[in-house]
Design a protein around this ligand. Sequence first.
Ligand code: PMP
Length: 453
Amino acid sequence: IATRSGVDAARIAELREAEAAVFRKARPKSEVRIGNGIEGFFGGVPMHWMNDWPTPFPILVESAKGARITDIDGNALDDFCLGDTGSMFGHSPPPVARAIRRQSSRGLTYMLPSEDALGLGRLLEAHFGLPFWQIATTATDANRFALRVTRAVTGRDTILVFNGCYHGAVDETMVRMKDGKPINRPGLAGEFRDLTARTKIVEFNDIAALEQALADKSVACVITEPVLTNSCMVLPEQGFHATLRDLTRKAGTLLLIDETHTISSGPGGYTKAFGLEPDLFVLGKPVAGGVPASVWGMSGAVADRYAAYNRTKEPGYSGMGTTLSANPLQFATMKATLEEVMTEENYAHMARLAMRLDAGLTAVIDRFGLPWHVARVGARVEFICAPGPLKNGDEAESAHAPELEAAIHVALVNRGALIAPFHNMMLVSPATKARQVDRLISAFADVAAKISV
Ligand code: PMP
């Protein structure tokens, strides 16, 4: 039976089985060490999604450096997953490793600033444009806290998300659209609330629906990535961001841009590269080079309103902050990342090789006549096993081909390349070499040849 991806279902199953056997054979030591799961962990893994990788068992990592990752059996892979963005500047970038070494003997957390914090706010402003910042530990937390600010200053209780979004484990964003109706995201554990009561949802690129949803002026904030990157990649249509900004301003709704993935666009993210004007800005994952850290920034106007709000409110816990946030290791590594790693020069290298990857994969798709396409935002590249471009979250969802994607994933691992699990995402880091990109393209061609015959 031909699937939407154009690949026969039986052939996908065959490939999956054959590649699983190859994977196992190359990892006898890992298989023994992992056994039936890592002892003492629920589900056999320290974090449940480690079981969701399509490999027969998780890759047991010995070490990683730059854009290479090595397992305990000595298999070295070109790493294009890069911790799904946490290590998008390469594993242990030298300036970050130096900062860790320097800070490691000076204490790791104080609940007080260190000298590294002194220039950091201005450094964040220089990169991302907004004047007032706070530091948290995960992008999830930064989004959660920024959303609190938007509700506090607007006095409104509803937010708006785009279908297919992901902003971390932020409860109020866990809404999906099904048959045109908002629902709680299927799969949520232990959720007892109807999240759709306070979260509106429309499709990305749907200006008319957005305008209608904002019209009653109940929406505190629209939270979005500039490009939807958490299903199959959806790019904004021409003029979408300008209209989004106009409509939110007219409705008195704040705009929160989550750059956690689109920071692949440049040292100032997609925001700077495309002149977006968010009221609030969130970045997590790679902002401290792989050390857990995130930031959220506010415009001067939002900061003024938040200060005024704080003067009127009852004293007490704000619902923001976690104890390890804004620690000296974060200051040291974030400073090193912003100053020495997120440079124009590094980004030029990343963009150049990402374009090479994009062109190479596209040529393979064309050569084999597959009904697939490639999407890219800066150094972030994705091949999608369906025709494109995709317009919205609904289309992105139905473009997924989970069985095929899983088979390709393992086949690429067996040919020396690690890409992100769950979707076919590949990141190019400052440490990535042209020959690694070329090896990935060859591996992809080899797999395409196998499934096209
Ligand atoms: N925002 C976006 C756009 C993300 O893709 C993610 C994670 N994939 C997050 C926020 C949450 O990041 P974290 O899991 O590090 O909190």
